[in-house]
Design a protein around this ligand. Structure first.
Ligand code: NAD
Length: 379
């Protein structure tokens, strides 16, 4: 049984799927772990760290051809999929909802693919929740990059030269990333407000010392059975936007994190709201990759409009590559425990977690989104 870890090819990607600590664990359980030379170097893990714990270095071609399980951060390129043997298993952020058609080579190659984005958020799978691991990092880093751009400090200061008022921060969407942004901004001393359509998020926001903003949405259901926000009517969205605009005008920093899995991110911070913000203010749109919460956001870019800096970072976890790789790697090792036992492949495809994360099994049993994208019947 061979687990392979290639170097990530995506531009700006510094993470690696498995760190030496995990390789040691896997090698100790009788699995052969092969690493492409240099795969961990941008995350702070030189090749020697891998070989010291039983990892084997192997060039990309041989690595892909001999892999029973390929652990990746980002979805492999079509050419890489083609080099894998039939029935090989791929695990990573495979974009099954955003770009299901891009998984066609996995189907053609009769591969089994597990998308970490689809791991059900049930208690037993908490240690495998890579979305939460990466969102935690994004929330933290959003505050840090904003601090770099803001012409203000975060804390209240009483100095001999007078009082410096604390920065005012508004966080839209209080899921995993939003809560981490709130916690980070609070630790730096900012006064923080937050809005989320899920009333349940209010408790979490308040426990972090921030104010939860409530909007009367007429008692509609805003949360689905999985705990995610539901797509709202235009009227309900508008009520949220009106309230957000009032609070944005008084904020130094707005961090937006609102997303709906598999859909375009809801528009929350309008051009008019940005126009009402003071010059020097900053917006960090963490939903930039799924359309953005602000119409002025340019994915992957920083733009300035009327003196307001609007940042649309696409891959903040890659900028905290050491911790991001450690957390992701631990999530994968936990997931692998459902696939590998005593150094051999052992999968129960009836397991709720494997079933939920599987986008294709040996080129069949397609996830509904993938089946729709490829024009095939849902299994
Ligand atoms: P997400 O990234 O899908 O969305 C971020 C936040 O945006 C969510 O809190 C959502 O409610 C909010 N949002 C969406 N549309 C909005 C709108 N129009 N206006 C305001 N806010 C809006 O969310 P996430 O961080 O992945 O978390 C989703 C849910 O899953 C949360 O309830 C979270 O607590 C839960 N969760 C559970 C587990 C677990 O039990 N293992 C782990 C992680 C997250």
């Amino acid at each position: 049984m061979r687990i392979a870890v290639p170097m990530e090819k995506q531009s700006g990607e510094n993470r690696v799927a498995l760190v030496p600590e995990s390789v040691k664990k896997l090698a100790g359980s009788g699995v052969e772990v092969c690493i492409e030379p240099g795969a961990g170097s941008r995350a702070g893990f030189p090749d020697s760290d891998y070989t010291a714990v039983g990892g084997k270095l192997m060039d990309r071609g041989a690595l892909l051809q001999g892999a029973d399980i390929l652990c990746v951060v980002n979805r492999p390129e079509a050419d890489d999929y083609k080099r894998l043997q039939a029935n090989a298993i791929v695990i990573g952020f495979l974009k099954p909802l955003d770009d299901p058609a891009g998984l066609e080579p996995a189907v053609k190659g009769k591969l089994t693919a597990f998308a970490v984005e689809l791991v059900p958020r049930i208690t037993r799978a908490q240690s495998m929740d890579a979305l939460s691991s990466m969102a935690t990092i994004s929330g933290y880093k959003a505050v840090i990059i904003a601090a770099e751009h803001l012409p203000k400090m975060f804390p209240l200061l009483m100095t001999a030269a007078g009082t410096v008022p604390p920065a005012k921060v508004l966080v839209l969407g209080a899921g995993v990333a939003g809560l981490m942004a709130i916690a980070t901004a609070r630790r730096l001393g900012a006064v923080v407000e937050s809005y989320d359509v899920r009333a349940a998020a209010g408790q979490d926001v308040k426990s972090l010392g921030a104010k939860f903003l409530e909007v009367d949405l007429g008692g509609i259901e805003t949360q689905d059975a999985g705990g995610y926000a539901k797509e709202l009517s235009e009227e309900a969205l508008q009520r949220g936007r009106d309230m957000v605009a009032k609070h944005a005008a008084l904020s130094d920093l707005v961090i937006t994190t609102a997303q709906i899995p598999g859909r375009r991110a809801p528009l929350m911070l309008t051009e008019a709201a940005i126009a009402s913000m003071r010059p020097g203010s900053v917006v960090v749109d963490l939903a930039a990759g799924t359309g953005g919460n602000c119409p002025l956001t340019k994915p992957g870019e920083t733009v300035v409009q009327n003196g307001v800096t609007i940042m649309g970072p696409l891959n903040l976890p890659a900028t905290v590559s050491l911790n991001a790789s450690q957390l992701y790697s631990r999530n994968l090792v936990s997931f692998l425990s459902l696939i590998v036992s005593n150094g051999a492949l052992k999968m129960d495809m009836a397991d709720e977690i494997l079933k939920g994360a599987c986008v294709t099994y040996q080129g069949g049993s397609l996830h509904p989104k993938l089946a729709a994208a490829l024009g095939q019947p849902v299994a």
